[in-house]
Write a protein of this length. Structure first.
Length: 190
């Protein structure tokens, strides 16, 4: 993913927060959503350990090629979601079941590599959106369509609909709806 703007390095930079990188297979986490993950790859376990020892935050990115067991930054989609670990439990096989909550989208500025772990320095992404009567009307329309989808597909829990009904931020509503409507990882990246 080194597109000229993102550097790979071995030392921390200046002015950006760095978080352990957790690559995900076929999972895209949106801000304002809660997801249960199974973490078991050696580097992923180390990333989780580092997160739990500090702020309980991880930078998660979805793998382009799910066949790779040791993904490198070039194997990952560009979208980064900063997540907070809200709960975790070690399983008998040594893997962890982890519940994370998506906090916000961030952009990767630089990858910091060691022999055993990737950290990613991130920069906040401004959320673009407008408020006003037209936006509110569109949000009501989206919520109505989401309610219809929920009833027809039976894939959305009633409490998710209740939460969505009280969202006043258009970007947050879009994230919650997309997390429950779009199923393919590649489409979710868009």
């Amino acid at each position: 993913m080194n597109d000229g703007n993102i550097m790979n390095d071995t030392a921390p930079g200046q002015g950006y927060d760095a978080y352990p990188l957790l690559p995900l297979k076929n999972v895209v986490i949106f801000p304002h959503t809660t997801v249960t993950l199974m973490v078991g790859r050696p580097r992923s376990l180390l990333a989780l350990e580092h997160a739990l020892a500090s702020a309980k935050r991880l930078a998660v990115m979805t793998q382009r090629n799910t066949g790779s067991e040791e993904p490198v930054p070039d194997d990952l989609y560009a979208v980064v979601t900063l997540v907070e670990v809200t709960s975790y439990q070690q399983q008998p096989d040594g893997n962890y079941q982890v519940i994370v909550e998506g906090m916000c989208r961030v952009s990767a500025v630089r990858y910091i590599t060691t022999d055993w772990l990737y950290d990613v320095e991130v920069d906040e992404m401004a959320e673009h959106g407008s408020q006003g009567s037209a936006t509110e009307a569109l949000m009501r329309h989206v919520l109505g369509l989401f309610t219809d989808f929920s009833r027809l597909s039976q894939r959305v829990l009633a409490d998710v609909l209740a939460v969505a009904a009280h969202i006043s931020n258009p970007g947050q509503l879009a994230d919650v709806v997309a997390a429950h409507v779009v199923s393919e990882a590649e489409q979710r990246q868009q």
